[in-house]
Write a protein that binds this ligand. Structure first.
Ligand SMILES: Cc1cc2nc3c(=O)[nH]c(=O)nc-3n(C[C@H](O)[C@H](O)[C@H](O)COP(=O)(O)O)c2cc1C
Length: 412
């Protein structure tokens, strides 16, 4: 207390004497302290208390081009921002005086039970940029929290290693990078490895122009393998793949009622609403904006999953209200793996579960089965939606460290 009073007096005195230049008031020592408001360095990955800390720790660790690759989108990043804006344009309704001591978050996906309705979406090559064992690490973290994981074609070290790391059947996500013989080879491996389902991503027939990567020169511009095979895919190929692999089929990247109808007609067991986190077609609608029309077109004939802009438990709740059975996280997975490896991903999922539970408790909901559109209202969007706007502490910390850099650069 005494120290605090003394400091105050000094500040008052100097203010009275003469105005002090900003760079003097903020000595380097003070700025350094305030740039770490959350004391992150002291926290082990499993001990992050908030999702914001995970995002901030990842921001600290990742070189700028890698951060941009993870968090950026295609072209003008309109779809990326719409994913957030459309989530922010929905408010949750709340009912009170309901006994919410017990809340059931459990759901199922293709007959498998999930402890709560969130899963790591397929995130391919990025995982190996930030973790030597991306696939198995994500698989172990997801299964340890009682949910499933999508393992991407590009996940390292191999599709077999990810599945072998856990005793629960995971979902394999396919990008087509070769002719039918190539596809047969990979589908046979998927089946032999023991996966539960095949997910074919259908919204990447061209590689979106992610201009942050183009400008930074990060070597991911063209993805991997021969992209023309993916560009040639049609609905009949899906039917053939499902027959060949003999597993349930998930079509990922559906964004219209028309394609939802076709997906079901061509044997999709799961329709996965996604715009690839705004990384593919720019100026598409936000994911949650198209969810209701897809759910309606599917009409209960398949299960519906969704992703896009989900960074909070409340986002998950909104997606569930509009008919998603469970919700994927892409960027958040990348942030968590970057921030804390396998423990970071497990903690991120745990915090997501906590946020969903807290939101439902405050809404007066005791089971996710009670959710529906009646819990939502359209509202004006506040602020500027972006891939980090769900994390105000991160935005503030970035502003502060920009200020710090500015001060360190300016002549003394
Ligand atoms: C770095 C990164 C890599 C991705 N790689 C793949 C991939 O290999 N296959 C795929 O189907 N989707 C991929 N996606 C898309 C995600 O599966 C998911 O659809 C999207 O990230 C969801 O949006 P969100 O990032 O806002 O959560 C990737 C996304 C990111 C951010």
């Amino acid at each position: 207390m005494a120290v605090a009073r003394k400091k105050k007096t000094v500040a008052r005195k100097s203010a009275v004497r003469k105005p002090v230049a900003a760079k003097k008031m903020f000595s380097v020592k003070t700025v350094k302290k305030s740039s770490n408001p959350l004391g992150l360095e002291k926290k082990a990955p499993g001990q992050f208390d908030t999702l914001q800390e995970i995002a901030l720790a990842a921001h600290r660790k990742l070189p700028a081009p890698v951060w941009d690759h993870l968090m950026g989108g295609a072209d003008s990043e309109m779809t990326l921002r719409r994913n957030r804006a459309s989530l922010d344009a929905l408010a949750l309704r709340q009912r009170v005086l309901v006994d919410v001591r017990k809340i059931d978050l459990g759901t199922t996906l293709l007959g498998q039970s999930l402890a709560f309705p969130v899963f790591p979406a397929p995130v391919g090559g990025f995982l190996s940029k930030v973790h030597e064992e991306g696939g198995p690490a994500v698989a172990r973290a997801a299964v340890s929290r009682g949910t499933t994981a999508f393992i991407a074609t590009a996940a390292k070290p191999s599709l077999e290693a990810a599945q072998a790391a856990v005793d629960r059947k995971l979902i394999f996500q396919l990008y087509v990078r070769g002719d039918r013989t190539w596809i047969e080879g990979i589908l046979d491996r998927v089946k032999a490895a023991g996966y539960a389902a095949l997910c074919v991503t259908v919204d990447r027939n061209y590689y979106g122009r992610r201009e942050r990567d183009i400008v930074s020169g990060l070597p991911v511009k063209e993805g991997f393998g021969d992209q023309t095979y993916q560009a040639s895919l049609n609905w009949k190929d899906l039917v053939w793949m499902k027959e060949r692999v003999g597993l349930p089929l998930i079509a990922k990247g559906i964004a219209t009622a028309e394609d939802a109808e076709l997906a079901v007609e061509h044997g999709a067991d799961v329709v996965y609403v996604s715009n690839h986190g705004g990384r593919q077609l720019d100026h598409a609608q936000g994911s949650i904006e198209v969810l209701a029309e897809v759910v309606k077109a599917v009409g209960g004939r398949a299960e519906v999953l969704a992703d896009g802009g989900v960074q909070r438990g409340t986002d998950v709740v909104k997606m569930l209200c509009l008919g998603a059975r469970a919700v994927g996280v892409g960027k958040l997975l990348g942030l968590a793996l970057s921030a804390g490896g396998e423990a970071g991903v497990a903690r991120m999922l745990e915090l997501m579960e906590l946020e969903v539970r807290t939101a439902l408790g405050l809404m007066g909901v005791t089971s996710i089965k009670q959710l529906g559109p009646q819990w939502l209202r359209e509202v004006p969007v506040l602020g500027t939606p972006s891939s980090v706007s769900a994390y105000p502490l991160l935005e503030e910390a970035v502003r502060r460290s920009a200020l710090q850099e500015d001060l360190l650069r300016s002549p003394r």
